[in-house]
Design a binder for this molecule. Structure first.
Ligand code: 13P
Length: 239
């Protein structure tokens, strides 16, 4: 899954998507390949990707269904553009826009209500990791979501993105990531959702993806910078 963040233009998106389509074709492989774009480009994604093997989604949504919420975008609006996926609680939204765990829960529920798969992002900062707080932080971030009915919980995706690994070129090692994924798996299993997919994110690139994917509890990747380069994203998808 690519997270383009606040990057792209109509012209550069077209070029990137044409390369993805040319390489991946229209047949779905056993893996899902998804790009999450800024809102204004969702129409472009819908138009270009409708009959391709590439799925698309948004990077955020409102917890509210409609009304006086200037600048916000609802789950139903994402449905108008056939988004199957939406990121929720990315660390940049938590850190820069003050999203709380309660917001993340409400947004997760709004996405589920609309039939859109929420990709719930969690992860510790460098200082939290240094203080040995990683599992506590993850538990805190996931706690209320784990209380969802297990049929609903089974429909989410979790993305583990250690903040210290995002955009730094300093990916977690496969072993480091696996240890946290195993912990998340155990939490999900305790709540009858053992098969929820757990993605790793943080400086994933063409060179390190295959080793990460060898780990038993790493089910895929949430890719930032490398998802903006077709060749890099395609080689991660191939891995
Ligand atoms: P990078 O792959 O650029 O480190 O970004 C990761 C990320 O935040 C994806 O959501």
């Amino acid at each position: 899954m690519g997270n383009w963040k606040m990057n792209g233009s109509l012209a550069s998106n077209q070029q990137l998507l044409e390369q993805l389509i040319a390489s991946l074709g229209s047949a779905h492989s056993h893996s899902d390949v998804v790009v999450c774009a800024p809102y204004p480009y969702l129409a472009q994604l819908q138009q270009m990707l409708a009959n391709s093997a590439v799925e698309w989604g948004a990077q955020n949504l409102s917890a509210e269904p409609q009304g006086a919420f200037t600048g916000e975008v609802s789950a139903q609006m994402l449905n108008d553009f056939a988004c199957k996926w939406v990121l929720v609680g990315h660390s940049e939204r938590r850190a820069l826009y003050g999203e709380t765990d309660a917001d993340v829960l409400a947004k997760t529920q709004a996405a589920l209500d609309a039939g859109i798969t929420p990709v719930v992002c969690v992860g510790e900062t460098e200082s939290e990791q240094a203080a040995g707080q990683t599992e506590n932080v993850i538990l805190q971030q996931l706690q209320s979501i784990l209380k969802l009915d297990s049929a609903l919980l089974s429909r989410i995706v979790v993305a583990y993105e250690p903040v210290w690994a995002i955009g730094t070129g300093k990916s977690a090692t496969p072993e480091q990531a696996q240890a946290v994924h195993a912990y998340i798996r155990q939490l999900l299993a305790q709540h009858n959702a053992p098969k929820v997919r757990i993605l790793y994110g943080g400086s994933v690139n063409a060179a390190n993806a295959a080793d990460l994917f060898l780990m038993p509890d790493i089910d895929g990747a949430l890719v930032g910078g490398a998802s903006l380069q077709a060749a890099d994203f395609l080689s991660i998808a191939a891995a």
